[in-house]
Every structure is written in C-alpha cells, then in structure tokens.
Write a protein that binds this ligand. Sequence first.
Ligand code: DX5
Ligand code: ZN
Length: 216
Amino acid sequence: MEKLVAPSMLSADFAKLSCDIEMVNKSKADWFHLDIMDGVFVPNISFGFPVVEHIKKEAKKPLDVHLMIVDPDRYIDRFKQAGADWLTVHYEACTHLHRTLSEIRNQGMKAGIALNPHTPVESLTDILEMADMVLIMSVNPGFGGQKFIANTYSKINRLRKMIESRGLATLIQVDGGVDTTNAAELYKAGVNVLVAGSSVFKSDNPLATIEALKNA
Ligand code: DX5
Ligand code: ZN
C-alpha cells in the first residue's frame, strides 16, 4: 500500500517560508499540506491565496489543500487558480456535499472529504465513491501541536474495511498529532497519507523526521 507524507506548512517559519519550501522539495515528502482556516468553521485564521500562490511557485510537489472554512463552494475555482492539486472540504461544512465534490473534480482537482473527530466514518456510506481521499482528523481542527485522539484508530479500521469491501482506491489521510511514535501503527491500521506539522518543523532535523515518517 502507498505510504505518503505531507508536511503541514502551518508549522513552517513564515518569515523564511522559501527555506522551508526548499526543505520539503529536497525531502522524501510527497505533498505540501496547506491548512486554510476562516475563523468561523474553526477558531483560528491561517493564511490565504497569496501564500498558497507563493508556495505553488516554488513547490516541486503537489499541493494538498485542506479547507477548514464554511461554505467552501465559494472558493473552489480560486483554489484551482492558486495551484491546488488536491482540495479537501469538511463534511460538517457542506450542505450539498455531492455537488461540492463534483465541482472539485470538474475543475480538474482530486477531491477529499475531511471528518472531525466526532463524525462517524459511517456518514460516508452514500458519498464515498465521490471522494479520492478521506481525511480523518485526529485532533479538533484549528491548531497545530495538539494531542492525538486515540479513537482515530477505530475510525481508520472501519473506513479501511468500507473502502476495501467496495473495491475502491480512496486514500485515507490522517491529520493531527502525527509523529514518529505513532506513524507505523497508523500505516498498519490502513492510512495512506500522514500529515505532520509540528513533529516535522519543530524537530532538530526535519529531513530526517520526514524520512522516518516515510519509512515507519
Ligand atoms: C489542524 C491542521 C493540521 C495541523 C497539524 O487543524 O489541519 O494540518 O497543521 O499539526 P500537527 O501535526 O502539529 O498536529
Ligand atoms: Zn490539515
């Protein structure tokens, strides 16, 4: 099974953003994970289009954009223009999720659905085929550096079974509190993509940490 690593740029040093982009380019990481927060869906505001466009200019790997915003339909074309390759919306933020995912795919991006810790994976029963990836939040979204919620393993196991029983190729991504101590167990539970913010950027050797996550 594919094992991918997507460093979350939320934990990068924004005064030296180009250096951190270059580090990810040189590393064994697969994607750039970009967290967009609106101060409404989550109690924090992160960054917007100018930063995404800057990262796109220098990134040599796909941009995986995680929208933590209400009514994301308003911005699908803007994120496409800014350079998103993957666009993930929250299940809890979409009234017409089928339409939203169709629109993301119509615009030529891969579509992801993110689930908050309290949202059961069984909510995806009638929409799973429309997603290229499911992002299981292992913390409450809004901030980096939080503690991993252990119930996430049960959600990953159940989702892996759903995906396999339908013969789908949907990727499972996990985001929040991921580090070198839980990476191997997460892959074993059925995760394809690890998102890691503080464990990468606050480590003494980010390149080595990314490699350790990749080979966990
Ligand atoms: C949290 C974001 C995460 C965050 C993860 O709302 O979605 O991508 O950057 O940070 P860590 O890895 O520090 O938990
Ligand atoms: Zn994220």
